[in-house]
Design a protein around this ligand. Structure first.
Ligand code: NCD
Length: 317
């Protein structure tokens, strides 16, 4: 059972924990749009410490907290903080510990957010630690799949792109394994295959054209994580191989009407502009589902389960 002090890895969650988060997300969705407001987190402050670039995750946590009537602070680069005076990340975070109620941290090193969580008393959410994990992205991805496909069991899910370094891929594969009889397939440039420790009997490496036989419910596309690849030459080579798995209109015509194309974004050409017009291509639905999913995560971690349960009861009446 998840103790809710921190959300660092999908490993901490059981299926029942994920189902509970997704259930609260469903209850909160009607209050997640512009103009809506709940008063669950009034007086509480979220801090976002992002040592790596971000658009969606940073803003999405901010909007989610606003929707719960909480306050939001943070930085997206150490620029302008005392880290410019050589203060360590640890000391910077220690100073924030007594000022805020909950903190979302993104960093470039695997395992670093767990290390920070160890030295902080307030709840910590891992918003990406190097190529390791990104659990809140997985929860919103699972919510998107549940809404769009209707189930989280017995799925065929194909991952394409940088499976070696993509933390959203690593967390989502772990998430899919919490459910029953899901099959996972991977197609990546050679050298960017899924790490050994994440391969199981449910995992199969494929070629792109195999997808047409698999007829998957979901194709999950990711960009090459250039910042984690050393050497300009290698980065350019992987970039050039993008065309092997690019989702374009021609490929979409060969895919079933029921297949959904997902992407955590940013998309750097892995899905072409025209393909985005196809209703099966749903990265922006993922962005939307991020709000109610993160509202649920924040409310739960801040101890507001009683209020969420009350809302669920009222809804059922
Ligand atoms: C991803 C990340 O930061 O891991 N973005 C996100 O949070 N939605 C994916 C990426 O950067 O490729």
């Amino acid at each position: 059972m998840w103790d809710r002090k921190d959300l660092l890895s999908i490993d901490q969650l059981e299926r029942s924990d994920i189902d509970q988060i997704l259930g609260y997300a469903e209850t909160l969705e009607p209050y997640s749009g512009p103009g809506d407001k709940l008063y669950i987190c009034r007086g509480e402050i979220l801090y976002r410490a992002f040592f790596e670039p971000s658009t969606r995750t940073y803003e999405s946590f901010g909007v989610a907290m606003h929707m719960l009537d909480g306050d939001v602070e943070g930085f997206r680069q150490p620029t302008g903080t005392s880290m410019e005076k050589n203060e360590t990340k640890e000391d910077t975070l220690r100073a924030l510990d007594s000022l805020f109620d909950i903190i979302v941290i993104r960093d470039d090193k695997e395992g670093s957010v767990a290390h920070y969580a160890n030295i902080l008393d307030i709840p910590v959410i891992n918003a990406g630690d190097g190529s390791n994990e990104h659990p809140s992205q997985t929860l919103l991805d699972l919510r998107t799949i549940e809404k769009e496909v209707g189930t989280l069991d017995e799925l065929d899910v194909v991952f394409v792109g940088d499976l070696m370094n993509g933390r959203t891929v690593h967390s989502l594969i772990k998430g899919l394994r919490k459910y029953n009889r899901n099959q996972v397939y991977g197609f990546s440039p050679r050298g960017l295959e899924l790490p050994e420790y994440l391969r199981g009997t449910d995992y199969q490496e494929i070629q792109f054209d195999d997808i047409y036989d698999i007829n998957p419910q979901v194709i999950y596309v990711t960009r090459i994580q250039k910042e984690r690849i050393e050497g300009e030459e290698l980065r350019e080579q992987f970039d050039a191989e993008k065309k092997f798995y690019e989702i374009n209109s021609e490929r979409l015509t060969q895919l079933p009407a029921t297949t959904r194309i997902m992407h955590p974004l940013p998309c750097i050409g892995e899905i072409d502009d025209k393909a985005f017009e196809d209703s099966r291509v749903i990265p922006y639905k993922q962005v939307r589902h991020g709000i109610e999913t993160r509202m649920a995560i924040l409310a739960m971690m801040l101890g507001h389960v009683p209020e969420l349960m009350e809302m669920e009861k009222t809804k059922a009446r």
